[in-house]
Every structure is written in structure tokens, then in C-alpha cells.
Design a protein around this ligand. Sequence first.
Ligand code: NAD
Length: 352
Amino acid sequence: MKNNYLNKTFWKSKIVLITGINGFIGGNLAKQLCSYGATIIGITNSGKKNKFLEYEKILNKIKLYKVNIIDKKNIDKLISKHNIQICFHLAAQVDVNVSKVDPYETFETNIKGTYNLLDALSRKKTVKSIVVASSDKAYGEYPISQLPYKEHFDLKPIYPYDVSKAAADMISKSYTTNLFNLPIIITRFANIYGPGQLNFTALIPDCILALLKLKKFTPRSNGKNKRDFLFVRDVCDLYMCLSYNLYKDKNLSGEIFNAGTKQGYSVDNVVKKLCNQTGNQSLYQQIKKEFSNKKTTGEIQHQFMTYEKLKKFFGWFPKYDLDKGLIETYNWYSNFCSKYDYKKFLDRKLKL
Ligand SMILES: NC(=O)c1ccc[n+]([C@@H]2O[C@H](COP(=O)([O-])OP(=O)(O)OC[C@H]3O[C@@H](n4cnc5c(N)ncnc54)[C@H](O)[C@@H]3O)[C@@H](O)[C@H]2O)c1
């Protein structure tokens, strides 16, 4: 595998825009790019200091702007002010539970936010590489016999979050045509987990908080649905790989890349693994009972992805398996929660 993208000389001279920098993946990516010397500009819609960036001691190394991605005037202003060369578009309303009760905000942020940004970037001559985060959810539901998902599968989502990601995905593709010639790669990744995911409605942080005895686990399905889990460090590495390669070769524009580990784990199985790793069998037995009383609604049943295309193009493959990633994740939360009160990060609309 060529590791040319792990190149300080390249990143040191780059001005990189990250939308959604206050979020889970944006924070991890900012941390990684800082260590390579990139100049980072971040967009967030939150006025609060990001605890992950603060905890990882990189807040003062980046330039943060508080702008709502749907605010066209201010997005235009910000982008015209900086000679951005590389952009990662990660900002989105990602909470599936929020999208079920407030689809409007999800559509506004995820769809309008994407064309606001791309429209502004299309007037910027300095931009050579844009990575847009779509999602495995954009595909919608396929029978398990046809899984893992492949890049050529049609997008046929029905639930609000899934539709919003598919719409943003297709809009991005249209900006790569010879009408606009924007250099964009679109990513459709599996579920991502790891240090810094401060959305505690997500399965793994929710279960870890229960293991740390900080709250009760809230089952949101019967535990039988299968998901593929990518570790966030693999994701950051892959984002660097994709943006570097697109920067060097504009013929990659318009390409779509899936990433996952090829393996589907049931939600029940993930909880079991975490409980086993931390020696808490009784919690698993309790959660198992709660799964049996729960119905899954408004969510795709089974999803897992390959990385075949990534391997073929760049020799890329994920370096973390679920067991290794879960141990690192548990240890990170254990340290983080000893410093910060997790309740400060709870969503304003959803009471846990
Ligand atoms: N986490 C996953 O499992 C996963 C999997 C596949 C794809 N993705 C995609 O990756 C991207 C990042 O996901 P994440 O897990 O880091 O989510 P996150 O919620 O942690 O981060 C999203 C960020 O977007 C920002 N944001 C939301 N609305 C905004 C608005 N109106 N204006 C400006 N900023 C706004 C939030 O403040 C937050 O910083 C998303 O596009 C998501 O769809 C995530």
C-alpha cells in the first residue's frame, strides 16, 4: 500500500476547511491533520467550546467559525475570505432519532447545507479536493442476501436521515460534472465509532456509559439488526488518503467509495462484546431481556460494506477490528468521563 498521503510536507502547506469540526469525526480529523501541520479552518453551528478538541488540546491550533451551514450569505463570506485548498464536508444533522421527530431540520441541514457549501466552493479557484461524507444509509434497504453493499447499488432510501444523505450525495455528484468541474469524492461509510463520539444516543457510547455505571442503557431496537463498525482512526486515515489522491489526480473526481469491514455484527453482539471485555455479564443479561421487549422501527435492518474498491484504487484497508477498536474506545470514555460530566452533551430534544 502506498502511504504517500501520510506526508507532512504535503499537509504543512495546505489550508483545510472542515465543516462539522465540532462533531465526532470532524474533531478526530482535525486532531490528525494538526499533527501533520495543516492549517485548519473549522465551521460549527455550536457556540459551545468543543470538549473533545479541548480535551485533546487542539482548540488553540485551529480557527473556528460559528456559522450555520444553511446560512448562504455567511458561508459565501467565509469561503471567499480563505484560500481553501482542501475541504471535508462533514456537517450534518446525524441523529437518526432526531430525524424521525424533526425531519425538516435534517433536510435543511443535510441537503441545503450541502449545496450552500458546494455553490460557494464552485467559485473558488484554489480548491483542489473536496470530500463529502454521504453514508451507507443513502443506499436504503437491500436483502441481506445481496450484502455487502457495493458502490454501483442504486440509492433507494425511504427514512428521513437516509433520504437527506442520498440527496446530498446526488447533489455533490452533479457538481462534479463538466458544468461545474468541482473536484469531489463522495464517501459512503458504515457506522463509525471511537473516541470523541459525544452523541450518547449512539449504541457504543450508550453501552459504555452503562458499563461505567453513569446511566441506564436505552435499547432502540430488538438487537437483531446487523451493522458494520469502522473505527474512527481508520476513517481519518482514509479521509487523508482520499483527499490527497484527489488533490494529485483530478480524474478521481466523481468517484464514490464505500468503507466498512465487510462484517456485519448484530447490535446484541456488540453489546455482548463490550460486556465481555469489561467483565460485566450481568449487564449483558439485563440488556438482552430489554432487547426482547423492543421493536425496531424506522431503521434499515442490516447493513455492511466492503472496502474492495478502496483496496483496488489505493491499497487501503481498515487496520482495526471491532475487538481492538472497542477496547481503545472504552478506555477513552473511561478517562474522558472522569473529567467531564457526560450530561452536558445530551441532545436538547431527546431525553435519555
Ligand atoms: N458517525 C457515523 O457513524 C457516520 C457514518 C457514516 C457517515 N457519517 C457522516 O459523517 C459526517 C460526520 O458525522 P459525525 O458522526 O461526526 O456527526 P456529529 O453529529 O458528531 O457531527 C456533525 C457536526 O455537524 C455540525 N452541524 C450540525 N448542523 C449544522 C449546521 N446547521 N451548521 C453547521 N454545522 C452543523 C454539528 O455541530 C457537528 O459538529 C456526517 O455527514 C454523517 O452523516 C457518519
